[in-house]
Structure formats: structure tokens, C-alpha cells
Design a binder for this molecule. Structure first.
Ligand code: ADP
Length: 503
């Protein structure tokens, strides 16, 4: 089976969130199942750098007349060490071939993949991602004479126009569209629709219009053959007005083709037994070794180096979604009860400033690192005691899964993928060996504070604490299961003739 995977991010080349982790893990995870997944990526500098031995597949003009060059090459292995990403370049080391859409005008510029350096969306984002989607449809129709996908799998709004372009071309290649976060929709003024090369009459409610605007997300939801999202709970939640971001009606209409497949964890990158970012490696049978990581982390961040103080941590985009106002408002109580707080994150300026102020208020007890630091995030999971994820909504969430795998107990809200991955510690779940963290229900300060107190009470019971750590670490959340589910979904979408042909 040959799958073209379309995403704006790809770990280890370019990552702003969980989308990259998933896009980077799926091609490898699906390979043993007989699926050859080739990523198609926009030509950001990091993507071009990550493509070894590039060859030109062809040149073309977008519907609005922009020249593009399509490259094919071999992707580097996800980093298994601080220098690994740049040291492994041989094709044999990955076996993953990928396509990159090259256009300096569209993709090479200062700022992030979606935003300018001052955090404004790039003014031509509709064209930057429409170009990606348009090339996907060209590939499905044979643009690369040496390889043609049986199916296209698009991820998030950046790939939302893929099924629309496929439909416009009359393609018979089916498309799966996966939602990683419904809140980011790729909305653009009506005028931006012109020139994209899609039929004018599709700009309507029964199409890709969302209240007078062009919606890439709605295009994906409307035109794809099948839809998936990254946890079963989120698949249910987005069909309700509370979580549906205005698209719940369409999602209810399409519920027959919508499923939820929980993300896995990439064992090559996230395993405390061989994680090269950790000062000390450990496993579920050698948890006492974590103390070395905790001490190193406390020292590195300027926290008091005291093993007995419970170390609460946050690794997150700093956005409203992540429920961080609860952590801010709960910080004083947390410190009063003898805990430490360590935050690694970047995003919303007001949240950044508020966390920085807490660090200034509680030197030695609260530490904040603003920015994005992959290596430090590993050290935090490997040395912290608690991973806080009190999200308002959470499609899947990976940080609580990393917390589980590293024995850094998750404290989460019962929503989306958090509800699907963490089992609240109570007397029954402890007794049955099911407890893997602390879960609270309502988005209210009292509920969060109470969850913190429950976590602290658990911390004072070292035998129970250790058992909960071990339960989480032994929980099978590896990509194998998820990959088998994606494979089954792909198979269900393909014509019998393709399957019979052995692909
Ligand atoms: P989302 O995709 O909504 O941001 P997820 O929990 O699904 O949330 O994925 C977030 C990913 O980004 C995780 O791999 C997490 O470790 C990583 N991450 C988030 N913020 C930072 C940061 N400041 N530094 C390093 N890694 C981060």
C-alpha cells in the first residue's frame, strides 16, 4: 500500500507541537505493516536541510501562476542523540523517501512556519498551504512517474484543501483527513479563494465556506472520504457545540466516517532506558535512578536541590487551551505546600510574563524557561515528579503520555485524549493496579487545587507513588497499535482491486 502523507510539520525537522511528532512517527510505524508512507512537506529551510540526496521530480505552476519545484529525497532519522539528526544522512539510515515543495518565495522567510517574527500569521498563508495541497493532488494523479499513491492522508488544516483538489481533479484516489486540533482552522477572507483553482460554486455552506470565509479545515472535513482525530474521546466531543468550534453540525453529519485513533509514543525518541538527553537512564525497575536526573534538573534551573520536594512541571505551548491560568492561580498554594514548579513553554505574551513574575517571586521554588527546548523537555520528563496538563480541551495530548512513560506522573483534566490515557488514582484503582495519575473534572480552580493536594498526598506514600509510576511506564502506548488501526482504516478505503494487487 502506498500512502502520500501531507503535513506542515515533521519531527525531527520542524516541530511546533504534537502534529510533528505524529507525522514523524507514522511512516516508520506503518512500514512493518506493509505501508510505504511518503511525506509531502512544504519547503521550509528545515525541510530542505533534512532532505538527503534530493532530485527534481518536476516543475509546475500553481493555479495562480506561482512557479514550484518538487524535490524527492531521503529523510533523516529522528534524532536519537543531541547530534544525531545532523550526523545520519545516509539513505539507508531511514528508508523514508519524501517530497518537498520548493519555492523560496512561499517558504523561505523569517519567522515560524505559520507566523512572522512578531507572531502575526504570514499574509499569504492561504497560498503557502494551498500550494502544498495542490501538489498533493498532482502527485496522486501521477506527477512522479516512478511512484503513485494509492491513498492520500492529510493532517490538520494545512492539508485541508487536499481532498478538495482531488475532487476538483476528478481523482479516484481516496483521502483520509486527520484533525489534530479543530481550533486551528485556516480561515481566510473570501477574496483569498480566487485564484486557488477550485470551482467558484464550492464557496458555499455545502462546501468550504465557513460564515463568509474560506475554511481549510472545513474543506478537509467536507471533501475527505474518511475523517479521523487523535483520540476516541475527542472524536465524540467535537460533535458537540462545546468542542465543535462551529463545525459540530458537519461532524455530526459525517459521524459515520469519523473515527478516533489514539496517538502513540515514538519509542526510538521517548524511552528513558536509552534517552541520550538524560543524565541517568532508568527503567520501571530502576526508578531510584531518577533522583540523579531530578537533582541535575533542579541545579540546572536554579531550583533548590532538595530531593524531598515534589517537582511539578509544565512543558507546553502557552495558550488558553492548555488551562495554564489554573496553574498560575494555583502556584501560591503549590509553593505553600512545599512543592516546586518548573515551566518550559512559549506562546501567549501575557502568560509568559505571568509565569516569569512567579519565578521572580519564588526564587529556588519556581523556575521558568521561556522558549522551545526539545532536549530540556526530555530532562524535565526524566527528572520531574508531576506533569501538569489541565487543558480546556485536548485532542490527544502527548506530554501526559511522555509523563506516563517517564514516571513523571500526569495530573490532567478529564477531557479528550487526557481522559483516554490517564487513570485517576483512587483507592480502587490503586488496589487494582490501574492508577496512572490524577484526573480532575471541571475547569475550576477548586478542582485543580484539590487535584494538586491529592497528588501531594500520593507523593507522601512512596510505595503507592512507585506503583503508579510503574503502571504508567508499563502501559502500552506505542505506535504499533495506532499504526495497525490506521492500516485498517486505509484498507477499508481502498478498492478491492488495489488490495488484491498486493499493495
Ligand atoms: P500540542 O500539539 O497541542 O502543542 P501535544 O501535547 O500534543 O500538544 O504536543 C506537544 C509537543 O510539543 C510535545 O512533544 C511537547 O513535549 C512539545 N513541546 C511543547 N512545548 C515545548 C517547549 N517549550 N519546548 C520543547 N518541547 C515542547
Amino acid at each position: 500500500m502506498q500512502i502520500l502523507q501531507v503535513s506542515a510539520e515533521y519531527f525531527p525537522l520542524l516541530k511546533t507541537g504534537g502534529l510533528a511528532d505524529v507525522a514523524g512517527a507514522l511512516p516508520q510505524a506503518l512500514r512493518p505493516l506493509g505501508c510505504e508512507v511518503r511525506p509531502l512537506l512544504p519547503g521550509f529551510a528545515a525541510m530542505l536541510d533534512g532532505l538527503a540526496e534530493p532530485v527534481e521530480v518536476g516543475r509546475c505552476l500553481t493555479p495562480w501562476g506561482q512557479p514550484l519545484r518538487l524535490l524527492r529525497g531521503w529523510l533523516r532519522e529522528p534524532a536519537s542523540g543531541p547530534q544525531a539528526a545532523s550526523s545520519i544522512t545516509s539513505p539507508a539510515s531511514t528508508g523514508i523517501q519524501a517530497y518537498v515543495v520548493e519555492s523560496a518565495e512561499l517558504y523561505l522567510r523569517p519567522g515560524g512556519p505559520y507566523e512572522t517574527p512578531d507572531k502575526q500569521p504570514h499574509a499569504d498563508n492561504q497560498r503557502r498551504f494551498a500550494a502544498l495541497c495542490w501538489v498533493a493532488a498532482r502527485l496522486a494523479e501521477g506527477f512522479d512517474p516512478s511512484w503513485r499513491p494509492d491513498l492520500v492522508h492529510g493532517h490538520d488544516w494545512h492539508a485541508g484543501l487536499v481532498p478538495a483538489y482531488l475532487a476538483a481533479a476528478g481523482s479516484r484516489v481516496p483521502c483520509l483527513f486527520t484533525v489534530h486540533n479543530l481550533a486551528y482552522q485556516g480561515l481566510f477572507p473570501r477574496a483569498d479563494y480566487e485564484g486557488l483553482g477550485l470551482p467558484a460554486q464550492w464557496f458555499q455552506m455545502e462546501g468550504l465556506e465557513f460564515y463568509g470565509q474560506l475554511s481549510f479545515m472545513k474543506a478537509g472535513l467536507y471533501y475527505a472520504d474518511r475523517l479521523s482525530t487523535v483520540s476516541p474521546s475527542y472524536a465524540r466531543e467535537i460533535q458537540s457545540p462545546e468542542f465543535g468550534c462551529g463545525l459540530d453540525g458537519l461532524l455530526r453529519q459525517r459521524q459515520g466516517v469519523l473515527s478516533g485513533i489514539l496517538n502513540g509514543i515514538d519509542d526510538r525518541v521517548w524511552n528513558p532506558l536509552h534517552d541520550p538527553h538524560l543524565p541517568v537512564n532508568y527503567g520501571s525497575d530502576s526508578l531510584e535512578l531518577r533522583a540523579g536526573n531530578k537533582a541535575a534538573l533542579q541545579a540546572e534551573l536554579g531550583l533548590e536541590v532538595r530531593p524531598e520536594l515534589p517537582l511539578f512541571t509544565v512543558v507546553s505551548r502557552l495558550t488558553e487551551q492548555k488551562g495554564l491560568p489554573l496553574v498560575l492561580a494555583g502556584c501560591d498554594a503549590l509553593v505553600r505546600q512545599g512543592a516546586q514548579l518548573l515551566v518550559l513553554g512559549s506562546g501567549d505574551s501575557a502568560l509568559e510574563a505571568a509565569f516569569a513574575a512567579k519565578a521572580a517571586q519564588y526564587p529556588g521554588r519556581v523556575a521558568v524557561r521561556l522558549g522551545y527546548d526539545e532536549a530540556l523537555s526530555h530532562r524535565i520528563f526524566g527528572g520531574g515528579d508531576v506533569t501538569l496538563v489541565p487543558s480546556r480541551f485536548e485532542p490527544c495530548g502527548l506530554t501526559q503520555i511522555y509523563g506516563l512513560a517517564y514516571g513523571c506522573l500526569p495530573l490532567v483534566r478529564r477531557v479528550g485524549g487526557l481522559a483516554d490515557t490517564v487513570t485517576d488514582a483512587d483507592l480502587v484503582t490503586l488496589d487494582e493496579g490501574q492508577a496512572s495519575g490524577v484526573v480532575f473534572d471541571r475547569m475550576e480552580q477548586g478542582d485543580f487545587d484539590h487535584a494538586v493536594r491529592r497528588m501531594l498526598a500520593l507523593y507522601r506514600r512512596p510505595a503507592d507513588w512507585r506503583q503508579v509510576q510503574q503502571t504508567g511506564m508499563r502501559q502500552p502506548l506505542h505506535w504499533g497499535d495506532a499504526a495497525a488501526r490506521y492500516q485498517a482504516l486505509y484498507r477499508a478505503m481502498l478498492p478491492i482491486a488495489t488490495l488484491a494487487g498486493g499493495r
